[in-house]
Design a binder for this molecule. Structure first.
Ligand code: SAH
Length: 251
């Protein structure tokens, strides 16, 4: 067990991990259970960085190992997600306010979405206001760091960020019918992904403050024609590094 207090950073994207690793110094690397945990210094803060892997089970395992092997002061999750609200565009940012597992339904034993034994459905995050402020600071001048042709390709002229509800489940959502189903149950949901609510539950049970940012990479519908690798490399990973820097600078 590494006893130094550290901020945990979990990312669901290889490109984000690669971008953050380039900035990490004093790196110490440990591999366990097919995951590699990188501890070190990032923007003057002691951190531990790991690729969550995809889906609820995989990310739950990574989070549990991380919490048990390191002395985390808080955990921040970063990744991409499908937008659920019409006004959300590719490149917009949702800072998680609360998270639900949209595929969890143990009714009639428990109400739909309720986590058995915790007696609650949504898990609330810890530092959403602060993370939104950091995101706003980053957005003020992020265009200086992104190639103009990339801004044009992904129409990033008017990027917006807000705090909202995030849904997680073991499905990649790519249908308008499924979006309508999700919104009829949880109308305020902003985006859908495959890990956040599971990681939030683990942090809740271990009493670790949890925050999450998700960049909208697609609109979760049938006509998502995004160049995903280009978006991950040239946009999402720059966002992750820039927002974390602004957030750490505030601490
Ligand atoms: N090809 C990508 C991985 C995509 S796998 C890469 O190489 O990085 C799915 C990841 O995208 C998961 O982390 C999931 O949380 C997120 N995601 C993005 N859009 C989604 C959607 N519409 N539905 C579910 N998950 C989505």
């Amino acid at each position: 067990m590494d006893t130094s207090p550290r901020i945990g950073i979990l990312s669901a994207m290889h490109d984000e991990i690669d971008a953050l690793l380039k900035l990490l110094t004093n790196v110490k690397k440990i591999t366990k259970g097919q995951r590699t945990y990188y501890s070190g210094t990032l923007f003057n803060k002691e951190v531990v960085l790991v690729f969550s892997r995809w889906g609820k089970v995989a990310s739950t395992m990574t989070t549990t190992q991380l919490i048990n092997d390191y002395n985390l002061t808080e955990l921040i999750f970063t990744g991409v997600a499908g937008g659920l609200q019409n006004d959300l565009n590719i490149g917009d940012i949702i800072v998680g306010g609360d998270l639900f597992q949209h595929d969890l339904d143990a009714s009639p034993l428990f109400p739909k979405f309720h986590i058995p034994l915790l007696n609650k459905a949504g898990i609330t995050t810890a530092f959403s206001e602060k993370l939104l402020k950091a995101t706003a600071v980053f957005l003020q001048d992020f265009k200086r760091h992104i190639d103009p042709s990339t801004i044009a390709a992904f129409k990033l002229e008017q990027v917006k960020a807000r705090i909202g509800t995030i849904l997680s489940g073991d499905q990649f959502i790519s249908s308008s019918t499924k979006i309508s189903e999700l919104l009829s149950d949880i109308p305020q949901a902003q985006c859908v992904e495959m890990e956040g609510a599971a990681v939030a539950q683990v942090c809740y049970e271990y009493d670790i403050p949890f925050s999450i940012i998700r960049t909208i990479s697609d609109k979760a519908n049938d006509n998502a024609t995004l160049d995903f690798p280009k978006f991950a490399k040239e946009v999402a990973s720059l966002y992750a590094a820039g927002i974390l820097k602004a957030y750490f600078d505030m601490k």
